[in-house]
Design a protein around this ligand. Structure first.
Ligand code: ZN
Length: 148
């Protein structure tokens, strides 16, 4: 990755970390889940509104580091309009991207700005927290999701 592209990615992460999109409650939500990343102290509460097998809206609350907040913000944008199967596939692809250096992504769009966290193993769980929480919400798990 060249320097300017890396800088651009950093800017997107900082922007979403400071001004998260889709942040706040979602009274019409019909699925939700909580997630924790004990290593960093990140806490996330994800709300989804799913109608006819499609994610109509996604919002989140909570407090965490810039990476976890940016990841949740970018995820919430990426989920809208997707089918549940599509959301699952995106979750698998995202987690592969940040944990497996062999995965170049290519179909993850804006989410690829987070690919760089794989160089920082301690931050991978910050980036995947939102996705673990999504899995819990999609599967209707009652227990909070944890990255541990
Ligand atoms: Zn974190």
């Amino acid at each position: 990755m060249n320097g300017s592209l890396r800088d651009l990615y950093q800017e997107v992460i900082i922007d979403h970390g400071r001004r998260p999109r889709n942040f706040g409650p979602l009274p019409e939500a019909n699925r939700d889940a909580e997630g924790f990343n004990p290593l960093c102290g990140d806490h996330l509460h994800l709300h989804l509104r799913i109608v006819g097998g499609i994610i109509i809206d996604a919002r989140f609350e909570g407090a965490g580091c810039a990476i976890s907040t940016a990841s949740a913000s970018l995820m919430s944008e990426a989920l809208k309009g997707r089918t549940l199967a599509d959301a699952e596939a995106l979750s698998v692809a995202f987690r592969a991207m940040v944990t497996d250096a062999g995965q170049g992504g290519g179909s993850l769009g804006k989410l690829e700005v987070l690919a760089g966290v794989r160089e920082f193993p301690a931050r991978v769980k910050c980036a995947t927290l939102a996705w673990h929480t999504l899995e819990a919400a999609l599967h209707g798990d009652r227990r909070p999701a944890s990255t541990e």
